[in-house]
Design a binder for this molecule. Structure first.
Ligand SMILES: NC(=O)c1ccc[n+]([C@@H]2O[C@H](COP(=O)([O-])OP(=O)(O)OC[C@H]3O[C@@H](n4cnc5c(N)ncnc54)[C@H](O)[C@@H]3O)[C@@H](O)[C@H]2O)c1
Length: 275
């Protein structure tokens, strides 16, 4: 018998995909705690979603703040059954051109933040069960020139998620699922100002997703947990084939980058015409 939805936390939900995922969870009947490093954005999102929606300023790099969010939702909703690690940052360019604090920020938010959220959620879900959904990226499955450190942080998030899922099963814990959703480029604030950034070209080389398409994919994974879901599925297949033959895949990357640049230029021209 299905239990009714309980408490849910979404990180980085002050804007972009996270805000839409928080709305999805409210619609599915969860008591939602909207969190973001930008406390004001978290408050605005929560207020817009309804009077019962909670909010908190949470920096996912800080495990004390993450644990406090976990304890708060468990106390308010009685039980935590869903945790969405969505917070993420992207800075483009070759790793050697990035400042050390920029490289560190991406690794800490995207990888350590996912570790912190997952560990906090597991502690609350043991015995009662639950689902941890990690928003990763196609960049977690394949090389991404122009986004090397971002890709490293997302590969770390996938490696950690799948290894921890295996650890749960080895420990006989079957009531907790971990799912990773790996979207192609999404038209959110993360990409809005990158039409003129050649280092972001690969994000524009496949199917630039509307956030609603990713929300749909997440809804399906919430109904049926899966370790890895690439969105769209054909891009997942494409990057996995390229990974299986790395020399071939690396040779094909310049073509994909050139395609991404063409799409960027087209979109830039269109937005200039609109004024
Ligand atoms: N936009 C894309 O093309 C794309 C593609 C694949 C995956 N993703 C992933 O989707 C997720 C959501 O991205 P988005 O496109 O909505 O980006 P976004 O930049 O619009 O939103 C990211 C949110 O994370 C918050 N955040 C940043 N640092 C934080 C921290 N230390 N602690 C807590 N919150 C923090 C920001 O304040 C922001 O509200 C990210 O994990 C991103 O890597 C994005």
């Amino acid at each position: 018998m299905r239990r009714s939805p309980a408490g849910a936390v979404v990180t980085g939900a002050g804007r972009g995909l996270g805000r839409m995922l928080a709305a999805l969870l409210v619609g599915r009947g969860h008591r939602v705690l909207v969190t973001d490093i930008d406390e004001e954005a978290a408050r605005t999102t929560a207020t817009g979603l309804g009077p019962d929606v909670l909010w908190a300023g949470v920096d996912v790099r800080d495990e004390t703040q993450v644990d406090a969010a976990r304890d708060r939702i468990a106390a308010e909703a009685g039980r935590l059954d869903l945790w969405v690690n969505n917070a993420g940052v992207l800075a483009t360019g070759p790793a050697w051109e990035q400042a050390p604090d920029v490289r560190r920020l991406m690794l800490e938010v995207n990888a350590l933040g996912t570790v912190n959220g997952t560990v906090a959620a597991i502690e609350a879900m043991r015995g009662t069960g639950g689902h941890i959904l990690n928003v990763v990226s196609l960049a977690g499955l394949t090389p991404v020139p122009g986004e090397a450190v971002y890709a490293a942080s997302k590969h770390a998030a996938i490696g950690f998620s799948l290894s921890t899922l295996a650890d749960l099963r080895l420990a006989g814990i079957k009531e907790i699922d971990i799912s990773c959703v790996c979207p192609d480029g999404i038209w959110t604030p993360m990409l809005h100002d990158r039409l003129d950034d050649p280092a972001s070209a690969l994000s524009f080389s496949g199917k630039l997703l509307e956030p609603e398409e990713v929300v749909d994919a997440v809804g399906k994974v919430l109904d049926r947990p899966r370790p890895v879901t690439a969105t769209p599925a054909w891009r997942g297949l494409q990057v996995r084939l390229a990974d299986a033959l790395p020399s071939f895949g690396l040779r094909a990357l310049p073509l994909a980058v050139a395609r991404g640049r063409r799409v960027q230029r087209k979109m830039l021209a269109k937005s200039a015409r609109r004024g």
